[in-house]
Design a protein around this ligand. Structure first.
Ligand SMILES: C[S@@+](CC[C@H](N)C(=O)[O-])C[C@H]1O[C@@H](n2cnc3c(N)ncnc32)[C@H](O)[C@@H]1O
Length: 427
Protein backbone atom coordinates (compact mmCIF):
# COMPACT_ATOMS: atom_id res chain seq x y z
CA UNK A 1 0.00 0.00 0.00
CA UNK A 2 1.33 3.45 -0.91
CA UNK A 3 2.09 5.72 2.07
CA UNK A 4 -0.54 8.38 2.66
CA UNK A 5 0.17 11.88 1.40
CA UNK A 6 0.75 14.41 4.23
CA UNK A 7 -2.45 16.24 3.22
CA UNK A 8 -4.47 13.05 3.51
CA UNK A 9 -3.11 12.45 7.00
CA UNK A 10 -3.84 16.01 8.14
CA UNK A 11 -7.40 16.17 6.77
CA UNK A 12 -9.78 14.62 9.24
CA UNK A 13 -13.41 14.11 8.34
CA UNK A 14 -16.11 15.70 10.52
CA UNK A 15 -16.77 12.23 12.00
CA UNK A 16 -13.10 11.95 13.03
CA UNK A 17 -13.17 15.45 14.54
CA UNK A 18 -16.21 14.44 16.57
CA UNK A 19 -14.51 11.30 17.87
CA UNK A 20 -11.23 13.10 18.69
CA UNK A 21 -13.15 15.71 20.66
CA UNK A 22 -14.93 13.12 22.79
CA UNK A 23 -11.74 11.12 23.38
CA UNK A 24 -9.95 14.28 24.61
CA UNK A 25 -12.73 14.99 27.11
CA UNK A 26 -12.85 11.39 28.32
CA UNK A 27 -9.10 11.50 29.06
CA UNK A 28 -9.12 14.75 31.07
CA UNK A 29 -12.25 13.82 33.02
CA UNK A 30 -10.80 10.43 33.96
CA UNK A 31 -7.59 12.16 35.09
CA UNK A 32 -9.49 14.62 37.33
CA UNK A 33 -12.38 12.58 38.73
CA UNK A 34 -11.57 8.97 37.86
CA UNK A 35 -13.85 6.65 35.91
CA UNK A 36 -17.62 6.89 36.05
CA UNK A 37 -17.92 10.68 36.31
CA UNK A 38 -21.15 11.99 34.91
CA UNK A 39 -21.49 15.03 32.65
CA UNK A 40 -23.77 17.51 34.40
CA UNK A 41 -23.73 20.57 32.18
CA UNK A 42 -22.01 22.35 29.33
CA UNK A 43 -21.51 26.08 29.45
CA UNK A 44 -23.59 28.15 27.11
CA UNK A 45 -21.12 31.00 26.87
CA UNK A 46 -17.60 29.90 27.66
CA UNK A 47 -15.73 27.96 25.02
CA UNK A 48 -15.32 24.34 25.93
CA UNK A 49 -16.40 24.51 29.53
CA UNK A 50 -18.15 21.51 31.07
CA UNK A 51 -19.10 20.42 34.57
CA UNK A 52 -18.77 16.80 35.62
CA UNK A 53 -19.81 15.14 38.85
CA UNK A 54 -18.43 12.13 40.69
CA UNK A 55 -20.00 11.44 44.07
CA UNK A 56 -20.13 14.75 45.96
CA UNK A 57 -17.35 16.35 43.91
CA UNK A 58 -18.03 18.69 41.04
CA UNK A 59 -15.34 19.55 38.50
CA UNK A 60 -15.61 22.39 36.03
CA UNK A 61 -13.18 21.81 33.17
CA UNK A 62 -12.22 24.09 30.31
CA UNK A 63 -9.70 23.89 27.53
CA UNK A 64 -7.22 26.76 27.91
CA UNK A 65 -7.76 29.18 25.07
CA UNK A 66 -4.87 31.63 24.54
CA UNK A 67 -7.30 33.98 22.76
CA UNK A 68 -9.41 34.28 25.89
CA UNK A 69 -8.63 37.39 28.01
CA UNK A 70 -6.57 36.56 31.09
CA UNK A 71 -9.06 38.28 33.39
CA UNK A 72 -11.87 35.98 32.24
CA UNK A 73 -10.27 32.66 33.18
CA UNK A 74 -11.63 30.14 35.64
CA UNK A 75 -8.93 31.17 38.11
CA UNK A 76 -10.67 34.54 38.38
CA UNK A 77 -14.00 32.80 38.88
CA UNK A 78 -12.43 30.65 41.61
CA UNK A 79 -11.29 33.90 43.29
CA UNK A 80 -14.87 35.22 43.32
CA UNK A 81 -16.16 31.99 44.81
CA UNK A 82 -13.49 32.08 47.52
CA UNK A 83 -14.46 35.65 48.44
CA UNK A 84 -17.96 34.28 49.04
CA UNK A 85 -16.55 31.70 51.43
CA UNK A 86 -16.75 28.73 49.04
CA UNK A 87 -13.85 26.26 48.82
CA UNK A 88 -12.50 25.77 45.32
CA UNK A 89 -9.44 23.86 44.18
CA UNK A 90 -8.11 25.43 40.94
CA UNK A 91 -5.38 23.82 38.80
CA UNK A 92 -4.09 23.79 35.24
CA UNK A 93 -3.01 20.54 33.57
CA UNK A 94 -2.22 19.41 30.03
CA UNK A 95 -3.82 22.44 28.38
CA UNK A 96 -6.95 22.40 30.55
CA UNK A 97 -8.17 24.50 33.48
CA UNK A 98 -9.88 22.59 36.25
CA UNK A 99 -11.70 23.77 39.33
CA UNK A 100 -13.10 21.26 41.79
CA UNK A 101 -15.59 21.99 44.54
CA UNK A 102 -18.17 20.17 46.62
CA UNK A 103 -21.63 19.70 45.15
CA UNK A 104 -24.06 22.29 46.55
CA UNK A 105 -27.52 21.10 47.59
CA UNK A 106 -30.70 22.14 45.77
CA UNK A 107 -31.86 22.21 42.17
CA UNK A 108 -31.79 25.02 39.65
CA UNK A 109 -34.54 27.63 39.42
CA UNK A 110 -34.83 26.74 35.70
CA UNK A 111 -35.64 23.11 36.52
CA UNK A 112 -38.46 24.32 38.77
CA UNK A 113 -39.75 26.65 36.09
CA UNK A 114 -39.36 24.68 32.90
CA UNK A 115 -38.93 20.94 33.56
CA UNK A 116 -42.01 18.78 33.37
CA UNK A 117 -41.14 17.02 36.62
CA UNK A 118 -41.16 20.19 38.71
CA UNK A 119 -44.22 22.04 37.48
CA UNK A 120 -45.76 22.39 40.95
CA UNK A 121 -43.86 25.69 41.34
CA UNK A 122 -46.52 28.42 41.73
CA UNK A 123 -46.29 32.13 40.93
CA UNK A 124 -45.93 32.69 44.69
CA UNK A 125 -42.91 30.33 44.73
CA UNK A 126 -41.35 32.22 41.82
CA UNK A 127 -41.81 35.56 43.57
CA UNK A 128 -40.33 34.06 46.75
CA UNK A 129 -37.18 32.98 44.88
CA UNK A 130 -36.80 36.43 43.28
CA UNK A 131 -37.29 38.10 46.67
CA UNK A 132 -34.72 35.85 48.37
CA UNK A 133 -32.24 36.78 45.71
CA UNK A 134 -32.39 40.48 46.60
CA UNK A 135 -30.38 40.29 49.89
CA UNK A 136 -27.94 37.80 48.24
CA UNK A 137 -27.27 40.29 45.46
CA UNK A 138 -27.01 43.26 47.82
CA UNK A 139 -24.38 41.43 49.89
CA UNK A 140 -22.45 40.67 46.71
CA UNK A 141 -22.61 44.28 45.53
CA UNK A 142 -21.40 45.59 48.89
CA UNK A 143 -18.19 43.62 48.20
CA UNK A 144 -17.97 45.28 44.77
CA UNK A 145 -18.78 42.04 42.93
CA UNK A 146 -21.35 41.81 40.16
CA UNK A 147 -22.56 38.32 39.18
CA UNK A 148 -23.25 39.42 35.60
CA UNK A 149 -25.44 36.52 34.44
CA UNK A 150 -28.60 36.07 36.47
CA UNK A 151 -30.07 33.26 34.41
CA UNK A 152 -32.55 30.84 35.92
CA UNK A 153 -30.06 27.99 35.82
CA UNK A 154 -27.43 29.99 37.70
CA UNK A 155 -29.68 30.02 40.76
CA UNK A 156 -29.90 27.04 43.08
CA UNK A 157 -33.06 26.72 45.14
CA UNK A 158 -33.14 24.58 48.27
CA UNK A 159 -36.27 25.09 50.34
CA UNK A 160 -36.17 28.75 51.33
CA UNK A 161 -32.46 29.16 50.59
CA UNK A 162 -31.29 30.61 47.29
CA UNK A 163 -27.66 30.47 46.10
CA UNK A 164 -25.97 31.98 43.09
CA UNK A 165 -23.67 29.71 41.09
CA UNK A 166 -21.56 30.05 37.94
CA UNK A 167 -19.48 33.18 38.37
CA UNK A 168 -17.82 32.98 34.97
CA UNK A 169 -19.26 36.37 33.98
CA UNK A 170 -18.67 38.03 37.35
CA UNK A 171 -16.69 41.27 37.62
CA UNK A 172 -15.06 43.23 40.41
CA UNK A 173 -15.96 46.92 40.37
CA UNK A 174 -17.44 49.58 42.67
CA UNK A 175 -20.53 48.63 44.72
CA UNK A 176 -22.61 51.11 42.71
CA UNK A 177 -21.48 49.79 39.32
CA UNK A 178 -21.96 46.19 40.47
CA UNK A 179 -25.55 47.02 41.42
CA UNK A 180 -26.26 48.81 38.13
CA UNK A 181 -24.88 45.89 36.16
CA UNK A 182 -26.89 43.23 37.97
CA UNK A 183 -30.19 45.05 38.43
CA UNK A 184 -30.54 46.75 35.07
CA UNK A 185 -27.69 45.52 32.86
CA UNK A 186 -25.79 48.81 32.62
CA UNK A 187 -22.12 47.91 32.12
CA UNK A 188 -22.80 44.69 30.19
CA UNK A 189 -24.79 41.79 31.56
CA UNK A 190 -26.76 39.48 29.25
CA UNK A 191 -29.26 38.70 31.99
CA UNK A 192 -29.81 41.39 34.63
CA UNK A 193 -32.40 40.99 37.37
CA UNK A 194 -35.26 42.59 35.41
CA UNK A 195 -34.85 40.03 32.62
CA UNK A 196 -34.67 37.20 35.12
CA UNK A 197 -37.92 38.45 36.68
CA UNK A 198 -39.56 38.72 33.24
CA UNK A 199 -38.50 35.19 32.23
CA UNK A 200 -39.56 33.65 35.50
CA UNK A 201 -42.90 35.43 35.79
CA UNK A 202 -44.07 35.68 32.17
CA UNK A 203 -42.47 32.93 30.09
CA UNK A 204 -45.34 32.62 27.60
CA UNK A 205 -45.38 36.25 26.54
CA UNK A 206 -41.60 36.13 26.14
CA UNK A 207 -41.89 33.19 23.79
CA UNK A 208 -44.25 35.26 21.66
CA UNK A 209 -41.77 38.14 21.71
CA UNK A 210 -39.00 35.78 20.66
CA UNK A 211 -41.01 34.57 17.68
CA UNK A 212 -41.55 38.17 16.64
CA UNK A 213 -37.84 38.88 16.99
CA UNK A 214 -37.13 35.86 14.79
CA UNK A 215 -39.29 37.34 12.05
CA UNK A 216 -37.11 40.44 12.22
CA UNK A 217 -33.70 38.80 12.31
CA UNK A 218 -34.11 35.48 10.53
CA UNK A 219 -32.33 36.55 7.39
CA UNK A 220 -29.36 37.89 9.27
CA UNK A 221 -26.45 35.43 9.17
CA UNK A 222 -24.62 34.31 12.32
CA UNK A 223 -21.60 36.40 13.32
CA UNK A 224 -18.60 35.26 11.30
CA UNK A 225 -15.31 34.44 12.94
CA UNK A 226 -12.38 35.21 10.64
CA UNK A 227 -10.44 32.22 9.33
CA UNK A 228 -12.80 29.58 10.65
CA UNK A 229 -13.08 26.33 8.71
CA UNK A 230 -16.23 25.97 6.61
CA UNK A 231 -17.74 23.18 8.73
CA UNK A 232 -17.45 25.26 11.91
CA UNK A 233 -18.87 28.37 10.21
CA UNK A 234 -21.85 26.38 8.90
CA UNK A 235 -22.46 24.93 12.36
CA UNK A 236 -22.55 28.49 13.72
CA UNK A 237 -25.19 29.32 11.10
CA UNK A 238 -27.20 26.27 12.20
CA UNK A 239 -27.00 27.24 15.86
CA UNK A 240 -28.00 30.79 15.03
CA UNK A 241 -31.15 29.47 13.35
CA UNK A 242 -31.86 27.08 16.21
CA UNK A 243 -31.58 29.93 18.71
CA UNK A 244 -34.29 31.83 16.87
CA UNK A 245 -36.62 28.85 16.53
CA UNK A 246 -39.63 28.20 18.69
CA UNK A 247 -38.59 24.54 19.13
CA UNK A 248 -36.57 24.97 22.32
CA UNK A 249 -36.90 26.16 25.92
CA UNK A 250 -39.15 29.09 26.60
CA UNK A 251 -37.68 32.55 27.00
CA UNK A 252 -33.98 31.63 26.77
CA UNK A 253 -33.09 32.16 23.10
CA UNK A 254 -30.85 29.10 23.26
CA UNK A 255 -30.45 26.19 20.87
CA UNK A 256 -31.72 22.88 22.24
CA UNK A 257 -28.28 21.25 22.22
CA UNK A 258 -24.75 22.35 23.06
CA UNK A 259 -21.92 20.80 21.10
CA UNK A 260 -18.14 21.08 21.19
CA UNK A 261 -16.59 20.57 17.80
CA UNK A 262 -12.97 21.06 16.74
CA UNK A 263 -12.27 22.93 19.97
CA UNK A 264 -15.19 25.36 19.48
CA UNK A 265 -18.19 25.40 21.70
CA UNK A 266 -21.70 25.90 20.35
CA UNK A 267 -24.03 26.94 23.11
CA UNK A 268 -27.21 25.11 23.98
CA UNK A 269 -29.67 24.13 26.64
CA UNK A 270 -28.62 20.47 26.88
CA UNK A 271 -25.27 18.82 26.34
CA UNK A 272 -25.38 16.72 23.18
CA UNK A 273 -22.67 14.23 24.32
CA UNK A 274 -24.81 13.45 27.35
CA UNK A 275 -27.36 12.06 24.95
CA UNK A 276 -25.31 10.79 22.08
CA UNK A 277 -22.57 8.82 23.86
CA UNK A 278 -24.91 6.25 25.48
CA UNK A 279 -27.02 5.97 22.32
CA UNK A 280 -23.92 5.32 20.19
CA UNK A 281 -22.82 2.68 22.69
CA UNK A 282 -26.16 0.80 22.48
CA UNK A 283 -27.42 1.16 18.94
CA UNK A 284 -25.67 -0.13 15.84
CA UNK A 285 -26.61 2.28 13.04
CA UNK A 286 -24.49 0.54 10.41
CA UNK A 287 -26.26 0.22 7.08
CA UNK A 288 -29.65 1.22 8.50
CA UNK A 289 -32.24 3.58 7.04
CA UNK A 290 -33.43 5.77 9.89
CA UNK A 291 -36.40 8.11 10.34
CA UNK A 292 -36.27 10.72 13.12
CA UNK A 293 -39.62 12.13 14.29
CA UNK A 294 -39.52 15.57 15.99
CA UNK A 295 -35.88 15.89 14.91
CA UNK A 296 -35.24 19.42 16.22
CA UNK A 297 -31.67 20.33 15.10
CA UNK A 298 -31.27 16.89 13.51
CA UNK A 299 -28.20 15.98 15.54
CA UNK A 300 -29.31 12.38 15.98
CA UNK A 301 -29.78 11.91 12.23
CA UNK A 302 -26.47 13.58 11.44
CA UNK A 303 -24.49 11.67 14.06
CA UNK A 304 -26.14 8.36 13.08
CA UNK A 305 -25.08 9.03 9.50
CA UNK A 306 -21.51 9.74 10.63
CA UNK A 307 -21.63 6.45 12.53
CA UNK A 308 -22.56 4.31 9.55
CA UNK A 309 -26.30 4.74 8.88
CA UNK A 310 -27.10 4.25 5.18
CA UNK A 311 -29.74 6.98 5.07
CA UNK A 312 -31.38 9.27 7.60
CA UNK A 313 -34.44 11.48 7.28
CA UNK A 314 -35.77 13.83 9.96
CA UNK A 315 -39.10 15.62 10.30
CA UNK A 316 -40.22 18.47 12.54
CA UNK A 317 -43.14 20.89 12.38
CA UNK A 318 -41.02 23.98 13.10
CA UNK A 319 -39.70 25.41 9.81
CA UNK A 320 -36.79 27.26 11.40
CA UNK A 321 -35.50 24.20 13.18
CA UNK A 322 -35.74 22.22 9.95
CA UNK A 323 -33.53 24.88 8.32
CA UNK A 324 -31.11 24.46 11.23
CA UNK A 325 -31.06 20.65 10.80
CA UNK A 326 -30.35 21.02 7.07
CA UNK A 327 -27.52 23.41 7.86
CA UNK A 328 -26.00 20.90 10.30
CA UNK A 329 -26.14 18.29 7.51
CA UNK A 330 -24.40 20.73 5.21
CA UNK A 331 -21.71 21.43 7.83
CA UNK A 332 -20.99 17.75 8.44
CA UNK A 333 -21.56 16.82 4.76
CA UNK A 334 -23.64 13.85 5.88
CA UNK A 335 -26.35 13.91 3.21
CA UNK A 336 -28.99 13.56 5.96
CA UNK A 337 -32.32 14.93 4.74
CA UNK A 338 -34.98 16.89 6.61
CA UNK A 339 -38.50 18.10 5.95
CA UNK A 340 -41.08 20.24 7.64
CA UNK A 341 -43.99 18.05 8.67
CA UNK A 342 -46.69 18.36 11.30
CA UNK A 343 -47.24 14.88 12.68
CA UNK A 344 -50.72 16.04 13.66
CA UNK A 345 -51.46 17.59 10.28
CA UNK A 346 -53.97 16.61 7.62
CA UNK A 347 -51.43 14.93 5.33
CA UNK A 348 -51.49 11.12 5.61
CA UNK A 349 -47.70 11.01 5.95
CA UNK A 350 -47.81 7.56 7.54
CA UNK A 351 -47.91 5.71 4.22
CA UNK A 352 -45.16 7.77 2.66
CA UNK A 353 -42.80 7.48 5.62
CA UNK A 354 -43.32 3.82 6.55
CA UNK A 355 -40.69 1.17 6.11
CA UNK A 356 -37.52 2.58 7.67
CA UNK A 357 -35.29 0.05 9.47
CA UNK A 358 -35.19 2.22 12.58
CA UNK A 359 -37.58 4.96 13.72
CA UNK A 360 -36.78 7.38 16.52
CA UNK A 361 -39.29 9.34 18.60
CA UNK A 362 -37.35 11.01 21.39
CA UNK A 363 -39.33 13.31 23.64
CA UNK A 364 -41.87 14.05 20.94
CA UNK A 365 -44.93 11.79 21.44
CA UNK A 366 -45.47 13.39 24.85
CA UNK A 367 -46.13 16.77 23.22
CA UNK A 368 -48.70 15.53 20.68
CA UNK A 369 -52.44 15.93 21.22
CA UNK A 370 -53.18 12.67 19.34
CA UNK A 371 -50.50 10.30 20.58
CA UNK A 372 -52.28 7.20 19.31
CA UNK A 373 -51.85 8.30 15.72
CA UNK A 374 -48.06 8.33 16.05
CA UNK A 375 -47.95 5.24 18.29
CA UNK A 376 -49.84 3.27 15.59
CA UNK A 377 -47.19 4.41 13.11
CA UNK A 378 -44.34 3.36 15.40
CA UNK A 379 -45.93 -0.08 15.82
CA UNK A 380 -45.45 -0.75 12.09
CA UNK A 381 -41.66 -0.81 12.54
CA UNK A 382 -39.15 -3.37 13.75
CA UNK A 383 -36.77 -1.08 15.64
CA UNK A 384 -37.57 1.98 17.68
CA UNK A 385 -35.60 4.44 19.78
CA UNK A 386 -38.13 6.02 22.12
CA UNK A 387 -38.25 8.54 24.94
CA UNK A 388 -41.46 9.31 26.78
CA UNK A 389 -42.08 11.37 29.89
CA UNK A 390 -43.79 8.70 32.00
CA UNK A 391 -42.47 6.26 34.61
CA UNK A 392 -40.18 3.53 33.26
CA UNK A 393 -42.54 0.55 33.83
CA UNK A 394 -45.36 2.40 32.05
CA UNK A 395 -43.12 3.21 29.10
CA UNK A 396 -41.97 -0.40 28.80
CA UNK A 397 -45.58 -1.63 29.02
CA UNK A 398 -46.55 0.84 26.29
CA UNK A 399 -43.80 -0.38 23.96
CA UNK A 400 -44.69 -4.02 24.69
CA UNK A 401 -48.31 -3.23 23.82
CA UNK A 402 -47.10 -1.91 20.46
CA UNK A 403 -45.53 -5.31 19.79
CA UNK A 404 -41.92 -4.61 20.77
CA UNK A 405 -40.96 -7.67 22.82
CA UNK A 406 -37.41 -6.56 23.63
CA UNK A 407 -36.99 -3.19 25.34
CA UNK A 408 -33.60 -2.04 26.65
CA UNK A 409 -32.84 1.10 28.65
CA UNK A 410 -30.20 3.08 26.76
CA UNK A 411 -29.98 6.05 29.06
CA UNK A 412 -31.60 7.84 31.95
CA UNK A 413 -31.46 11.52 31.01
CA UNK A 414 -30.48 14.46 33.19
CA UNK A 415 -34.22 15.23 33.18
CA UNK A 416 -34.96 11.85 34.70
CA UNK A 417 -36.51 10.31 31.62
CA UNK A 418 -35.56 7.11 29.81
CA UNK A 419 -34.38 6.56 26.29
CA UNK A 420 -35.43 3.04 25.30
CA UNK A 421 -34.31 0.82 22.44
CA UNK A 422 -37.27 -1.35 21.46
CA UNK A 423 -37.14 -4.24 19.03
CA UNK A 424 -39.47 -6.82 17.60
CA UNK A 425 -37.52 -10.06 17.71
CA UNK A 426 -40.34 -12.26 16.46
CA UNK A 427 -39.62 -14.66 19.33
C1 LIG B 1 -38.49 18.21 23.14
S1 LIG B 1 -38.01 18.35 21.47
C2 LIG B 1 -37.12 16.84 21.24
C3 LIG B 1 -36.18 16.92 20.08
C4 LIG B 1 -35.40 15.66 19.75
N1 LIG B 1 -36.26 14.57 19.37
C5 LIG B 1 -34.56 15.27 20.92
O1 LIG B 1 -34.92 14.37 21.66
O2 LIG B 1 -33.55 15.90 21.11
C6 LIG B 1 -39.54 18.02 20.64
C7 LIG B 1 -39.46 18.31 19.15
O3 LIG B 1 -40.68 17.85 18.57
C8 LIG B 1 -41.14 18.81 17.64
N2 LIG B 1 -42.61 18.68 17.52
C9 LIG B 1 -43.53 18.98 18.46
N3 LIG B 1 -44.78 18.77 17.97
C10 LIG B 1 -44.63 18.32 16.69
C11 LIG B 1 -45.53 17.96 15.64
N4 LIG B 1 -46.85 18.03 15.82
N5 LIG B 1 -45.03 17.53 14.47
C12 LIG B 1 -43.68 17.48 14.28
N6 LIG B 1 -42.79 17.84 15.22
C13 LIG B 1 -43.24 18.26 16.40
C14 LIG B 1 -40.69 20.14 18.23
O4 LIG B 1 -40.61 21.17 17.25
C15 LIG B 1 -39.34 19.79 18.83
O5 LIG B 1 -38.30 20.00 17.93
Amino acid sequence: MAPAEPDEVAQSTPAQHVQEEEAAWRAIVAAVLGDGAELVSVSRYITDSRTYRAGDRLAKIRRIDPAWPADAGMEVEAGFLRSLGREVDYTQRDGWEVSVQDVLPGSTFSSHLFDQQETSFTTGDRVRVLRSLVPELRALHRQGISHGDLRTDNILVEGDAVRLVDFDRAARTSPRRAALRDWVGIGGSPTPFWKLAAVSLAPKSLTAARRLRYQLVKNRPAAKVAGEPRDVARLRDAWHLAEQSAANARGQGLAYYALSYRGRHLSGERAWPLRWDPIAASVDFTGKRMLELGCNMGLLSNFAKMHGAAETHGVDHDPTIVDAARTVADAFQTGSTFEQLDLMGSERWEERLSGYDLVTALSVVHWLPDRDRVLRFLARHAELLYEGHDELPDEIALLNSLGFDQVDVVLRTERDRHVLYARRTGG
